[in-house]
Design a protein around this ligand. Structure first.
Ligand code: SF4
Length: 437
């Protein structure tokens, strides 16, 4: 049996795509292996969001080509759409499949093996179909995910926004929503397979449903999934603050199975930088949207993304951003230095701040993130956290995740399913708790 090894770069949506690809390969007679040295083929599911991510994938492919001669390499996904040239000439690369084409991997691989009987890598390249039909292409239901407790459920692909720094719409096309019936069926299948949490994921989930008949919104979708399942809890991946509607806020405050955790990407806290980024709000509008959430939910787990060093970012604009973020009750920040992506409007903008200044801005933001995270952990002490088991350390300590995204530890085995931990003290990057009897 032909053995296939996967290496996935990038976001939760990519993780989901790889899980689905793996399932479909298994169903068409391939065997998945977690050991690179046993593989006949290697699939590299790429991410093009930052140059660094793409560099890493390139380096890894080069290493495999050098150390495992004779192994076929299939490079698939975002980078194939926007940077195929970086992979085409690399040793061992036999297949390049774009964002939509990658879902034909099993078929293409099978045809290829039959045609040339597995010998010699002749390069095949298929890409450019993204968004041709304008619809989410019907695919099979993912019935289990490698991670035991948590699974991802993809609800849409692509994005209709054109933030000036972002390569994603070029790599994944316009927004296509997955029919809600498929999503509900998948959530039920994952629940039956024993998963306790489903993360609703996509590229622009706040735009869910705008292209479907009846325009079901994200909140309508969440209601449908909750109604169709019994015990699986739901978590939302990144969603634009201005797209969190009152119905979703109500669900977040009422439904115990919907995690009180939101990741609301801000990107910058200065109006002028946000305008240059092509974001669809200014700092006042973002804060108004956030206040609506906080008025109902108190202090949920609250994350955001920040880009430091965008072209033209002055000291004054950075300070505005820093002070704006410092004043808001975020519980963690994902901070990225600006990474110019060829083909995006921002890559043509002049005035990138000096490297040393960007490094310092990133450092300060990450320091701020650490403080916010520590404060949030202290707030948890004495409270009852609704947690799920994630893994176990060699010392016997169990690692869990609370619904507000706080990491929680306790000694010994965790009960099956969700349970309550009482937070006693901060420990490592989370809290130490005791099981509530
Ligand atoms: S909303 Fe903006 S940053 Fe997010 S994927 Fe779409 S274009 Fe990129």
């Amino acid at each position: 049996m032909v053995k296939v090894f996967f290496n996935t770069f990038g976001c939760k949506t990519n993780q989901y795509d790889s899980a689905l690809l793996g399932q479909s390969l298994e169903r068409s007679g391939f065997e998945l292996t977690g050991k690179l040295e046993q593989a006949d083929w290697v699939v590299v599911n790429t991410c093009s969001v930052t140059k660094r991510g793409e560099d890493k994938a390139c380096q890894w492919v080069r290493k495999v080509g050098r150390e495992f001669p004779g192994v076929g390499i299939a490079v698939v996904g975002c980078s194939v759409e926007v940077s195929a040239g970086r992979f085409r000439e690399l040793e061992g690369v036999g297949l390049l499949l774009g964002t939509e084409e990658k879902f034909r991997l099993g078929e293409v691989l099978r045809e290829r093996l039959e045609r040339i009987n597995g010998s010699g890598p002749a390069l095949e390249e298929q890409r450019g179909r993204i968004g041709l039909t304008g619809k989410y292409e019907g695919r099979e239901i993912l019935s289990a995910h490698a991670e035991r407790a948590r699974a991802f459920v993809k609800i849409q692909d692509g994005c209709d926004n054109r933030c000036t720094y972002c390569i994603v719409p070029y790599a994944r096309g316009r927004s296509r929503s997955r029919p809600w019936e498929q999503i509900v069926a998948e959530a039920r299948a994952l629940e039956e397979a024993g998963h306790y949490e489903a993360v609703l994921t996509g590229i622009h989930i706040g735009g869910y449903g705008r292209d479907l008949a009846g325009r079901p919104s994200l909140s309508v979708l969440v209601e449908k999934v909750l109604a169709a399942t019994d015990r699986i809890r739901l978590r939302l991946s990144s969603v634009e603050a201005t797209e969190v509607d009152s119905r979703l806020i109500e669900l977040l405050s009422r439904e115990l199975r919907l995690c009180r955790h939101l990741h609301l990407p801000l990107q910058h806290g200065s109006a002028s930088v946000l305008a240059r980024m092509g974001r669809k709000y200014n700092p006042e509008e973002y804060k108004a949207a956030l206040d609506r959430v906080l008025d109902s939910l108190g202090h949920p787990g609250l994350g955001t993304d920040v880009i430091a060093g965008f072209p033209g970012e002055s000291e004054k604009e950075f300070e505005e951003c820093f002070n704006y973020i410092a004043a808001l009750p975020f519980t963690y920040l994902h901070v990225f230095p600006y990474s110019p992506r060829p083909g995006t409007p921002a890559a043509l903008l002049a005035g990138r701040p000096p490297v040393a200044a960007v490094r310092e801005r990133v450092r300060r933001m990450r320091e701020l993130s650490k403080k916010k995270q520590e404060n949030f952990l202290k707030e948890q002490l004495g409270s009852r956290l609704s947690v799920l088991h994630e893994s176990r350390l060699s010392s016997g300590v169990s690692v869990c995740r609370a619904d507000n995204y706080v990491r929680a530890y306790h000694r010994g085995a965790s009960p099956a399913g969700g349970f309550i931990l009482v937070a006693e003290r901060t420990w490592r990057d989370g809290v130490w708790g005791r099981l509530e009897c």
